[in-house]
Design a protein around this ligand. Structure first.
Ligand SMILES: NC(=O)c1ccc[n+]([C@@H]2O[C@H](COP(=O)([O-])OP(=O)(O)OC[C@H]3O[C@@H](n4cnc5c(N)ncnc54)[C@H](O)[C@@H]3O)[C@@H](O)[C@H]2O)c1
Length: 429
């Protein structure tokens, strides 16, 4: 099949690479010329395990990149939209890029196409995309717009694309649904076909539910601290109940990232617009904000006033195995630490380059041990595996004071306390 993917970010680039590896001819289109130049020189602009190998294998054969939307549209049967839908100042999804792409597709249309929306968009956007395309091509019925939300996770995006829990196809047109299903046949995954609007809603409902689950266990953790219970044991006991399950029950410093905060907020805004007050999600947003800020309180509890104190930070990205800093808890809390007069030395295995732009005034260490050196407190924001395997005796010996605030509960409190650390996890007082 000939596929054009518009937007070559975390989702679009993985979509390009995976579809090409499955044997399709793929053309990735982006307005960011610097990104396209890098890609054509086989430089991968993001950190995502397994992605480089796929691009190496397919670039120049079945995979190419361009800034020319016309070339992408006219040479393809399927046009995927995978541009960003970041939050606007009201917290709604900013749909400017999706609308621009829809207009461009309409302008360059040279025959019947299937337009597949992979960007996360509010319910009703698929219909709007279709009408924008029709307006710009001057006729109707030439495109079928389908919703095909993406559920991959950064850090395991290639694996997730190739091994999805389900493929969701939203359209009322049976033939178009079958054609898109064919693209995914090699994955042998369960394919659910539903109407366009329900598909759009499933994506938001799924992300909002997961954010709620994380927030619920975080609030249980806060209570555990007061009643002297251990949230990791509580979560394990809860998770053994098949109706609950173990996933997304890790208490921590709050959720961040490029999806949960913006999607929860966009769903609340959409509900408000439709006259439906989404009370639980409003509480989730407030509770998550509290959880992020509580990291500052936890550090102050250990250190007292922060003026002149040195904080070693392990992990900046919003989760392990990615370099993505969008809405990362570490970035927000580091700003608070510096406002309180602390000095920060940070290390992240993948996100340092991007962090230098976002965090002026922060020193960046060459490795995790160097981040801990001379620190009054070591703070863990991201559960990278390499932090779990550190020689903590060496860490302690290099610190000014052996304080540790573990925002992801990666260490066993009994073991680190036995080593002489003044340790604070989340929900395990
Ligand atoms: N990142 C994730 O983990 C994830 C997971 C599932 C769904 N999503 C959704 O997928 C969509 C894309 O997310 P992302 O994280 O890949 O975003 P991103 O910011 O990494 O990438 C978006 C890309 O679109 C390009 N772009 C913007 N306007 C364009 C235009 N007019 N024409 C061509 N290219 C344009 C940008 O230059 C950028 O390269 C969003 O709606 C997001 O909510 C993201």
């Amino acid at each position: 099949m000939r596929i054009c993917v518009v937007g070559t970010g975390y989702v679009g680039l993985v979509t390009c690479a995976c579809f090409a590896d499955l044997g399709n001819d793929v053309i990735g289109v982006d307005i960011d010329r610097a990104k396209i130049d890098k890609l054509n020189n086989n430089i991968i602009p993001i950190f995502e395990p397994g992605l480089k190998e796929l691009i190496d294998r397919n670039l120049g054969k079945r995979l190419s990149f361009t800034t020319d939307l016309k070339a992408g549209v006219q040479s393809s049967e399927f046009i995927y939209i995978a541009v960003g839908t970041p939050p606007n100042e009201k917290g709604e999804a900013d749909l400017t890029a999706v609308k621009e792409v829809a207009a461009g597709i309409g302008k360059h249309l040279n025959g019947p196409k299937i337009v597949v929306d992979k960007s996360t968009v509010p319910v009703g956007m698929g219909d709007l995309v279709e009408s924008i395309i029709e307006e710009h091509c001057g006729s109707s019925g030439r495109v079928q717009v389908i919703s095909n939300p993406e559920f991959l996770k950064e850090g395991s995006a290639v694996y997730d694309f190739m091994h999805p829990d389900r493929i969701l196809i939203g359209t009322n047109n049976r033939t178009a649904a079958e054609k898109v299903s064919e693209l995914y046949q090699p994955l042998e995954a369960e394919i659910m076909i539903t109407d366009l609007r329900s598909a759009e809603m499933i994506k938001y409902a799924s992300n909002a539910f997961l954010a709620t689950k994380i927030t619920f266990i975080n609030e249980i953790a806060n209570l555990c601290e007061r009643v002297n219970a251990d949230v990791t044991k509580v979560a394990h006991g809860m998770g053994l109940d098949k109706r609950i399950g173990h996933f997304f029950l890790n208490a921590g410093a709050g959720y961040g990232g490029s999806c949960f905060p913006k999607d929860v907020s966009a769903l609340v805004q959409k509900a408000d617009k439709e006259g439906s007050d989404f009370k639980i999600l409003k509480a989730v947003i407030a509770a998550n904000d509290f959880q992020k800020r509580s990291m500052l309180a936890r550090i102050k509890e250990v250190l007292g006033p922060l003026e002149g104190k040195q904080i070693g930070v392990l992990g900046l990205a919003f989760k392990p195995n990615t370099d993505d800093l969008r809405e990362a808890v570490a970035v927000e809390v580091i700003h608070l630490l510096m406002e309180n007069g602390a000095r920060v030395k940070a290390y992240d295995p993948a996100a340092m380059e991007a962090a230098q732009v976002l965090l002026p005034g922060v020193k960046f260490a060459e490795n995790a041990y160097a981040a801990a050196e001379d620190a009054h407190c070591l703070v863990i924001f991201t559960e990278w595996n390499e932090f779990k395997e550190m020689d903590l005796e060496r860490v302690k010996a290099s610190m000014r004071a052996p304080n540790m605030v573990d925002g992801r509960n990666i260490y066993d409190p009994t073991k680190v306390k036995a080593l002489g650390f003044n340790y604070r996890g989340i929900g395990r007082k």
